[in-house]
Design a protein around this ligand. Sequence first.
Ligand code: ADP
Length: 467
Amino acid sequence: MTSLSMTIDGLPVTTTAGLAVENPADGRIFATAPACSPEQLDTAVAAARRAFPAWSALSHEARRGYLEACAKALGAAVPEIGALLTREQGKPLTKALAEVQLSAGWFSDTAGLELAEEDLGDEHAAIRLRRRPYGVVGAITPWNFPLILAVCKIAPALLAGNTVVLKPAPETPLSSLLMGAVLCDALPPGVLNVVTGAGRVGRLLVEHGGVDKISFTGSVATGTAIAEATARRLQRPTLELGGNDAAIILADAPIAEIAHRLFWAAFENSGQYCSAVKRVYAHRAVYPEVVAALVHEAEKVTVGDGIDPDTELGPLVSEHHLAYVAGFAEEAVAGGATVATGGYRLDRPGHFYAPTIVTDLAAGSRLEMLEQFGPVLPIMPYDDVDDAVTRANATCFGLGGSVWGARDSAAAVAAELDCGTVWVNTHGELRHNVPFGGVRSSGAGVEYGYLGLLEYTRVKVTFMRSA
Ligand code: ADP
């Protein structure tokens, strides 16, 4: 049994109460993680508060150096953390290793960002605008990309001069715990604290009087609860919530050329990511070809234990989540839809669900309107592209969307999609220097790049009259 400690004030801290951590590829409990007590959470927040004055007083250049040290430390731990990530989350080992490597690189990339003062003075006054850190940032993360989603918060929060308490998801606490232990040697005590536990620990962190800013990635329901709780203290959280991204395939799209990319934009991480393609609208002229091409892609994928080098898609994260995803397919079929491929769980231990393509879906059904967050993709035909755009924009979500076809016509349709990021002939690609965020129920604020960094700062103006 693997057993890892929390990191509080630079020290390993454990508990008698533990979270059981399951390998989703076989359903077996293989590790325990600490269940943080309210007192331990107080200690973590207090440690972050104590570390804040010295950390925020450092120069930008000095903090940049610490972020580079974090990049190095994390880079050296890629094999170890990657293996744990596959065991607790299920994703193929190559993808897990890539996620940890990306996270190490994210520290370096973020370290390159500037946070310059602005001179707004005139002949009557010297006016300087400075960006100051909030204080203690509570970072709460989900189970789908535990490492990179944590680092996307930690790196900019630290660079801006904040200290951090990270609370990862109870399904996948281990990779974050190990990261906490690894980064502990690269940072002063208390600057980064990692505590683990169920949603209750997240709620206590959100409601904690010693926390100045929350950055959250997760469900709309929890994001809404966080927005309500932080509003009482007039805090503005950064919320990266769900998506129901549509891909619109135009009549002139080269289907054979795009099918592979489109498939993986929907099924990467077994469909368990916020900006996956969650529904496809294909022009009727190419609809049969789109369905056939995506069915072909789905049927040639190797689904299995992430530790097996041939595996391309791993299991779903939990039995609970498998039931949630399967429910979408079952309800669609009950409503008259056709399963073109898949539609069943694999006959083996673990939480495996076959890559599934659904056609003949009734308009307005749950699979079209809500987020399945798994390997079940509906493909719907359209005759008039305006109708496809209307349906793409008609859900409560607004994270991403894409249009596939000849560049100019695709760009014109893309302009009509009402979401945070719209892609043309690709989907879900992210860059460290490009802001990412959703509108409506998909979130508030942005992450990544300069604008993402500003989310961890408040404005302080000094106004000095000349005479
Ligand atoms: P999911 O349904 O995918 O598990 P959640 O939004 O419930 O998504 O979980 C994302 C993260 O939020 C996890 O770390 C979880 O423990 C935490 N969490 C759950 N409920 C709350 C809450 N009420 N307040 C703060 N964090 C929470």
